[in-house]
Design a protein around this ligand. Sequence first.
Ligand SMILES: Cc1ncc(C[n+]2csc(CCOP(=O)(O)OP(=O)(O)O)c2C)c(N)n1
Ligand SMILES: [Mg+2]
Length: 373
Amino acid sequence: MAETVQSADRAAPARSRRARAAKAPRPRTGATPAAPPAADAATLVGYYRQMLLVRRFEERAARAYTEAKIGGYCHLNLGEEATVVGLMAALRPTDYLFTNYREHGYALAKGIGADRVMAELYGRSTGVSKGWGGSMHLFDAEARLLGGYGIVGGQVPLAAGAALAVSYKGGDEVVMCHMGDGTTAIGAFHESLNIAALWDLPVVFVVINNGLGMGTTVENSAAEPELYRRGAAYRMESLRVDGTDVLAVRDAARAAVERARAESKPYLLETVSPRLKGHSVVDPARYRSKEEKEALKAADPLARMALELEEAGVLSADERDRLDAEVKAEVDAAAAFADESPAPEVSTLFDYTYATPVPGELRRLPADPVFGS
Ligand SMILES: Cc1ncc(C[n+]2csc(CCOP(=O)(O)OP(=O)(O)O)c2C)c(N)n1
Ligand SMILES: [Mg+2]
């Protein structure tokens, strides 16, 4: 692997960093490595089970939405399960994660219980964000999931800032920041990559390319549709991997994360995995032809993995059915927990929004004086 700079001196003045960077060879960019990486049977079955949990959780969320149990927007990871599990397998529990609004699966794979994630979708006080965040704003400081953001690209500069904080404190944590393909046209994406490269920040940017930003294809929105190549503009190493292959994703992400940890270098990883359904649960995806929808169904990565594991003698059809029943029970229990949980108290409306106290009085605006008026 062609690496560039020996060791990063985070305290070096910007000018010497720039001089050093000017001498550095061009960063490596490329496509998925040819040889598929290996894993033992238990690991593979473990990944399959996690992918299944994401799938069944999302299907259940879609159903709950139609039953009016979930309000607001709701975006699902259907088709992206291998990317979800592969990326999270590359992180240590102490590493930080920033995502966009399509994040239920990431919360689950980062170890947050399905019950607390579902309760948040239902807007209940037992949810990860105490019911005030909803589907797009899952947040759990203990699990180091720092959001869940609804503004396209909003999370990217925040992730660069978190990486700067880690660097400043001399920690060895890495920040991972996900975004969709459409996000790479947002100004904040370029500003963040630029500063991360200039300041040697330990952040791994991951573009989750599902081929669409709402109903617009990557080819219609990006002058350079091979999105990982955008790293070259910032002399940042970058790579594209097959996002439907859990091991390929894990190994590429692991290399990027461990390099960020050891050398304090940012990285741009692109994963490619088609979105199986609409942009959000209310999008019937009419911009897709019937043939395209059928082709997507036939190429479902979860079904493909199940078949591959069966053919390799790793997971029998019976064992797969047993796992399915187990996961379904877990998701049913999560939905029941959410249903039975109370809504948050209105008086706590501002408690987690502002750093300073703001009374939760219905007729007082946040900018009004809090004390002595
Ligand atoms: C700044 C901003 N502009 C527009 C929107 C509306 N919007 C929500 S999602 C989305 C598409 C984003 O596509 P992509 O980054 O590919 O993510 P995906 O939904 O495919 O995961 C848009 C335009 C928004 N939320 N924020
Ligand atoms: Mg997209």
